[in-house]
Design a protein around this ligand. Structure first.
Ligand code: NAD
Ligand code: DAU
Length: 367
């Protein structure tokens, strides 16, 4: 039986994946109504929603009264939950925010959904929780990839907080009957990713002649998923997924970090060689000075608790939902580089801090 979302509340919709999801959904389902709930932390950016018809409500997922009001007022039938603290390095230095947002925030959303959707005889609804493959821990070189039945073994405070939220979502289904689905996906890349994550950070550093800090030996393996494939995967879960189930979504592209970094450096060099205007825009780049970008590679101390390898087996999503990634890394990465080169004002405002002042001046918080 398929589910047909008509009015969506998207938490964290001003973040990287949430904003891509809003744009994706509006292209696929132009008649749908979308409300974005986002507290605009350092990672939330209303500019990422430019061109979208979604209404942005600036508020916190931990504000249960606000969430209940939004669910009722906008007759929401589908909640897609992206909002989170998402960066592993930050979780190592400040784990409390991760517990607050990822665990308590998810519990507050579940409580609001239960209060509104399960009241009286109940209304048709879906609560979709966006989670990560990091909840499964780390793989050895010859281990089979993660699947839905892999035991949880989180290693970072971030992963532990996401694991906690996954368990709460499951419990609200089994205990209260909330109609939930969860997806656990691998490393996303693509437009609008905050420049603290590997790919956008290294791209922007390469353009400015700054070091590319490689943790440990750089041989950690990630399964790279283009964000558009992730959005298609979530759409498939929402429409055809079985409630109470979890689905693993991956890109099918396992690469060691050094391979990703070498691809990135070579692509930047090629872009500069093909467009003399780039040297004028980014004179500090090695590529503007006749040196290769990979001269910036710098090995630094490893991340504590650094997981060695992630890989996803998406056979359940493939068999049950018809999900398959369509982006290969070569073209997906080339498109991403082209996006960052074309959207300099988006990341420049983040890097120079002007965007934060603009948010404070223009967005009032609800609740
Ligand atoms: P992001 O950090 O880019 O965005 C998070 C968004 O959540 C921001 O807009 C932020 O303002 C908002 N937010 C944070 N705390 C909030 C709160 N208390 N109330 C309301 N809004 C709040 O994150 P992302 O990379 O887009 O990740 C989205 C989701 O996907 C997260 O749940 C993350 O765990 C999961 N995920 C991400 C990846 C990845 O590769 N980026 C992979 C697997 C899973
Ligand atoms: O696997 C899914 C996860 O992917 C998501 O749940 C997280 O929200 C998301 O941030 C991402 O986590 P990672 O820790 O894998 O992503 P990050 O971009 O921080 O790092 C990717 C790899 O690159 C990882 O092995 C660490 C390494 N790295 C990262 C940075 C920022 C470096 O070597 N140097 C760096 O400066």
């Amino acid at each position: 039986m398929s589910f047909d979302p008509k009015a969506l509340l998207v938490t964290g919709g001003a973040g990287f994946i949430g904003a891509n999801f809003v744009h994706h959904w509006e292209r696929a389902w132009p008649e749908a109504r979308i409300i974005v709930l986002d507290s605009l932390t350092y990672a939330g950016n209303p500019q990422s929603l430019a061109g979208s018809r979604a209404e942005l409500v600036v508020g916190d997922i931990r504000d249960q009264a606000l969430v209940e009001m939004l669910l009722r007022e906008h007759e929401i039938d589908t909640l897609v939950h992206f909002a989170a603290e998402s960066h592993v390095d930050r979780s190592i230095h400040g784990p409390a925010a991760f517990v607050d947002t990822n665990i308590l925030g998810t519990m507050s959303l579940l409580a609001a959904a239960r209060a509104v959707w399960l009241a009286g005889s109940g209304t048709a609804h879906r609560f979709h929780h966006v989670s990560t493959d990091e909840v499964f821990g780390t793989l050895g070189p010859n281990d089979p990839p993660f699947r839905e039945t892999t035991p949880y073994a989180p290693n970072s405070p971030y992963a532990a907080s996401k694991a906690g939220s996954d368990h709460l979502v499951r419990a609200w289904h089994h205990t209260y009957g909330l109609e939930v689905t969860t997806s656990n996906c691998s490393n996303n890349y693509g437009p609008y990713q905050f420049p603290e994550k590997l790919i956008p950070l290294f791209l922007i550093n390469a353009l400015h002649g700054r070091a590319l800090p490689i943790y440990g030996d750089g041989q950690q393996v990630r399964d790279w998923l283009h964000v558009e494939d992730h959005c298609r995967g979530i759409e498939a879960v929402l429409r055809r997924g079985r409630t109470g189930e979890t689905y693993c979504i991956g890109g099918g592209v396992e690469l060691p970090n050094l391979r990703v970094i070498d691809t990135l450096c070579a692509a930047v060099d090629t872009a500069f060689a093909g467009d003399p205007g780039l040297a004028a825009r980014f004179p500090e780049a090695p590529a503007a000075q006749g040196r290769p970008s990979d001269s910036l590679k710098t090995f630094v101390a490893d991340r504590p608790g650094h997981d060695r390898r992630y890989a996803i087996d998406c056979s359940r999503a493939r068999a049950e939902l018809g999900y398959a990634p369509v982006h290969d890394f070569t073209t997906g990465f080339a498109d991403t580089l082209a996006w960052y080169l074309a959207q300099e004002q988006w990341w420049r405002a983040i890097m120079d801090g002007s965007y934060r002042a603009w948010v404070e001046a223009n967005y009032a918080r609800r609740g």
